[in-house]
Design a binder for this molecule. Structure first.
Ligand code: C2E
Ligand code: MG
Ligand code: MG
Ligand code: MG
Length: 281
């Protein structure tokens, strides 16, 4: 009986692996096609200053308009893209398209500050990222001060010395660097001062907690203090209510991003947002 059970669970296990492998292959193939067919699109989420309420940036967020499955959010394909290595190709497209869009907005006279692009750990370590960024800026004639790259703490796990070097190289291009989802990673704080970064992004999970309990508020206010003492700016992500916004503002958080300000918008709705927001503020 024990033997039979063992055999069944073994069969089940291999079937799981096969399904997963097939799923990955199909998706990878779809992703190749998606780049060719231009089925990936970028949405943009505005970021504002909590000092003077001006627009200071937009974050590029990828969406996949799948011909059969409809709109697929990044959480459903970015992890697979990382696993399969497709993230390199997708990430390069995101970088190029973001620079193109930013330059177009600049040429139209919009003052949006910076465009922030998410980088995955694999993209950071497995491709010549500095060359890629340089090429994207040059091919669209985008001045580097209008580009920001968001990295996560997970990039530091791989190789701290290489990470420090790469960040220095990127920084020397004249772009801005921020740490996304700050506080959710496993790395220690000691690496922070060795990184050439400009800004910390307080993760949404901490923003959610600021008005729930004292502990939640303490994490947010400590992060703000930490950032400022290190000479860094700090932005809160996932700000959903005016109370959260007021709390952050009264605790000297520099910037905010979230549904309370705006959901991520497609290119033309972003332009409409710029027009309307600037009329009101
Ligand atoms: P992230 O970089 O931390 O981006 C913030 C996510 O929170 C976005 O989800 C955004 O739509 C969502 N968000 C913003 N404000 C609020 C809010 O007030 N409430 C709630 N509930 N959600 C809010 P999205 O667009 O689904 O992206 C999820 C993640 O996928 C991103 O997290 C990022 O890690 C990854 N991602 C998105 N685009 C790219 C990309 O081009 N390249 C890479 N490597 N990763 C990307
Ligand atoms: Mg981000
Ligand atoms: Mg984030
Ligand atoms: Mg996040």
């Amino acid at each position: 009986r024990v033997k039979a059970q063992g055999k069944n669970s073994f069969q089940f296990y291999t079937k799981e692996i096969n399904n997963r492998a097939v799923e990955l292959l199909v998706l990878e193939n779809d992703m190749h096609k998606a780049i060719k067919d231009q089925d990936f699109i970028l949405y943009y989420q505005p970021q504002i200053s909590l000092k003077d309420l001006s627009i200071v940036g937009v974050e590029s967020l990828i969406r996949w308009h799948h011909p059969k499955k409809g709109m697929i959010p990044p959480a459903d394909f970015i992890p697979l893209a990382e696993e399969s290595g497709m993230i390199i190709e997708i990430g390069e497209w995101v970088l190029m398209e973001s620079c193109r869009q930013a330059k177009e907005w600049l040429d139209k006279g919009y003052h949006f500050g910076r465009i922030a692009v998410n980088l995955s750990a694999k993209q950071f370590h497995r491709s010549n990222i500095t060359q890629q960024v340089k090429a994207a800026l040059e091919s669209h004639q985008l001045p580097p001060e209008h580009l920001e790259l968001e990295i996560t703490e997970s990039i530091a796990i791989e190789n701290i010395d290489v990470t420090i070097e790469t960040l220095k190289e990127l920084k020397s291009l004249g772009i801005h660097l921020s740490i996304d989802d700050f506080g959710t990673g496993y790395s220690s704080l000691s690496y922070l001062k060795r990184f050439s970064i400009d800004k910390l992004k307080i993760d949404k999970s901490f923003v959610d907690d600021i008005l729930i309990d004292d502990g939640g508020a303490a994490i947010a206010t400590s992060t703000i203090a930490l950032a400022h003492q290190m000479g860094l700016k700090v932005i809160a992500e996932g700000v959903e209510t005016s109370d959260q916004c007021a709390f952050l503002q009264s605790h000297q958080c520099d910037e905010a991003q979230g549904y309370h300000i705006s959901r991520p918008l497609n290119s033309s709705d972003t332009q409409t947002f710029f027009d309307q927001y600037n009329k009101q503020h």
